[in-house]
Design a protein around this ligand. Structure first.
Ligand SMILES: NC(=O)c1ccc[n+]([C@@H]2O[C@H](COP(=O)([O-])OP(=O)(O)OC[C@H]3O[C@@H](n4cnc5c(N)ncnc54)[C@H](OP(=O)(O)O)[C@@H]3O)[C@@H](O)[C@H]2O)c1
Length: 281
């Protein structure tokens, strides 16, 4: 039995879909009705990271677990997930972390939280694999509305390259790590095949849509105000620090890992955008 968490989210959903016809699968969700897929050997169980009893119940009979947490203000969640996994005899944990953890000087709240979670996982005695993706290509879907209505992409930084990665590639690596031997004790930094700036992504989206799109730079205050509409203040500051870090070129590194693990090259942004064209139209 494989347990997948975060299945109503970007990566966990892709991992669970890939595993649907590959043996017994359990999906933990705090809102099971939001899990939009099913399969003959898949069960969805209710669970919340804040409810330890639900984690204990979800881990029973599980051999390998995929863990996604997304609240850096709740460090206890990862600790409880690992305690529950260990108590239930889970053998392998594959954990979604972040690329910045491997970057000296990256010490914002989100990166430090991921770093501490990685340390906890390495020390917990289970077999582990850590996935450190760069920015998801799907993050650009946040531009879809202004692209549709105004032909504009607004971002804080148009000039810094980022080797963004397709979440499908992250999910494929996760599935390999959950189901194949040989991934224990490995840290996989995951990027796309090239580093692009937001201006370059804007041009590629415009070519794909057949119309010219404009890039508009947000000031720091505008960027922060937008983040404040979605996140609490400590997370806003962490995201601001991450964006500032990108300006030094720190997010341009291209890693060979997706190809090494899956045997095929990672998808580039142009191909990802073409596959998702209707979401920008
Ligand atoms: N976006 C990026 O560019 C990027 C890059 C590198 C690393 N990351 C890391 O990736 C992770 C997020 O992955 P994602 O984007 O795939 O996830 P996501 O779309 O943010 O979704 C989070 C998932 O976790 C579930 N979840 C959150 N709190 C829960 C709780 N208390 N109990 C049960 N389930 C809970 C959510 O369920 P609900 O549907 O109920 O909310 C959802 O399924 C974060 O750790 C982030 O730092 C992101």
């Amino acid at each position: 039995m494989i347990l997948v968490t975060g299945a109503t989210g970007t990566v966990g959903g892709r991992v669970a879909r890939r595993l649907l016809d590959r043996g017994p699968l359990r999906v933990l969700a705090r809102r099971p009705e939001r899990v939009a897929f099913a399969g003959p050997s898949a069960e969805v169980v209710p669970g919340d990271y804040g409810d330890r009893a639900s984690l204990d119940a979800a881990m029973v009979g599980v051999r390998a677990a995929f863990l996604v947490t997304n609240d850096p203000q709740r460090p206890q969640e990862d600790a409880d997930l690992l305690d529950a996994a260990r108590a239930a005899g889970v053998r392998r944990v594959v954990k979604l972390s972040a690329h910045a953890v491997g970057q000296p000087g990256a010490d914002d709240l989100i990166t430090d939280w991921h770093r501490a979670n990685e340390d906890r996982l390495r020390a917990c005695g289970l077999d582990w694999t850590i996935l450190r993706p760069r920015a998801f290509m799907t993050n650009t879907l946040s531009w879809a509305s202004s692209i549709r209505t105004e032909g504009v992409v607004r971002a804080f930084d148009g000039e810094s390259p980022n080797a963004c990665v397709d979440p499908d590639d992250i999910a494929e690596v996760a599935c390999r790590a959950l189901t194949e031997p040989g991934h224990e004790g490995r840290v996989y930094s995951l990027t796309g095949p090239e580093a692009l700036t937001v201006r370059e992504q804007t041009d590629q989206l415009g070519e794909m849509l057949g119309r010219s799109l404009r890039f508009e730079r947000l000031t720091a205050d505008q960027f922060r105000a937008g983040l404040r509409r979605r996140y609490p203040e400590p997370v806003v500051e962490a995201l601001m620090a991450s964006a500032e870090r990108g300006r030094s070129g720190s997010k341009a590194q291209v890693d060979p890992t997706v190809r090494e693990v899956t045997g095929r090259p990672p998808k580039n942004f142009r191909a990802w955008a073409a596959e998702n064209a209707e979401r920008f139209n």
